[in-house]
Write a protein that binds this ligand. Structure first.
Ligand code: ATP
Length: 254
């Protein structure tokens, strides 16, 4: 209730006509997530880095990102064990939409943090559940380790990311993305920076703002569900991540 009142206050405070309105509202969501102990200090800085790139691409989903979203939907539907990896920022920004995507795919959501503390993992897990995510992993079951990775991000669930064949990794760090690729998993990143290591290492990179990309991805999954495996494989065969990143970089250069 207190949170709802706060959001209403912020929505009223930022004029409808403000050109950065959506971006400012996201910022407030993240700050609220920080106050609730979901987001860590550096998560606020990471959002700032994302905002800068979003500004440069015009704060809208561009065509190369749409191509990546289509390929991502095909990859997730073809997977036998897809998992959505979620950090504090992702949970604070779009927990309900993450739940809808997971529901559409019938897959689990796993909490995975760089600055991992058991308290924060539990708070994020509870927030996801409250927001409608049915299967939340990684809270009390981070019983496996990603090889050759030293950060806390190596701690994963055997039932989740460890055993997955396809992992959606929004707002990721490059080291873990690379480690997941090395493990033979198809990785799909959502990252506004087309030059980040994550963007370059992932098989499919959606260069778009996370809260815009997730509902579009869910819609595409819903549409492509009707198609057979041959159709989905053909989408993936045609897809070129390097070209998509190159096209996005051209949009970023001033
Ligand atoms: P890498 O290790 O892959 O090079 P990095 O060191 O830049 O990445 P972080 O500082 O952890 O990684 O930042 C996370 C990344 O997430 C940044 O590239 C930033 O552009 C991106 N990002 C932040 N907020 C959003 C958002 N809301 N939507 C999409 N991308 C975002």
């Amino acid at each position: 209730m207190k949170y709802l009142r706060f959001i209403c206050y912020i929505i009223n405070m930022i004029p409808e006509s403000h050109p950065r309105r959506k971006s400012l509202l996201l910022r407030e969501k993240l700050i609220e997530g920080y106050k609730k102990g979901l987001v860590c200090d550096s998560g606020l800085i990471a959002q700032g880095r994302g905002e800068a790139f979003d500004y440069l691409i015009g704060e809208r989903t561009r065509n190369p990102a749409r191509k990546a979203i289509r390929a991502a939907a095909a990859a997730l539907l073809l997977a036998t064990h897809p998992v959505i990896s979620v950090n504090g920022n992702a949970a604070a920004l779009a927990a309900e939409d993450i739940g809808k995507l997971a529901e559409e795919l019938g897959c689990a959501v796993e909490v995975n943090l760089f600055y991992r503390t058991q308290g924060r993992v539990e708070r994020i897990g509870a927030h996801l559940k409250k927001s409608g995510v049915k299967q939340v992993l990684g809270v009390h079951d981070a019983d496996a380790r990603i090889p050759e990775l030293n950060s806390e991000r190596r701690k994963v669930s055997r039932k989740g990311i460890y055993g997955a064949d396809c992992v959606l990794i929004p707002l990721e760090d490059g080291d873990r993305c690379e480690a997941l690729v090395k493990m033979g998993k198809r990785t799909i990143a959502i990252d506004l920076n087309p030059m980040s290591r994550t963007a370059r290492k992932a098989h499919i990179t959606i260069v778009d703002e996370f809260t815009r990309a997730i509902p579009l991805l869910t819609g595409e999954v819903r549409r492509l569900k009707e198609k057979d495996a041959a159709y989905l494989k053909a989408i993936l065969k045609r897809y070129r991540n390097k070209k998509v990143l190159e096209d996005m970089r051209k949009l970023v250069y001033l």
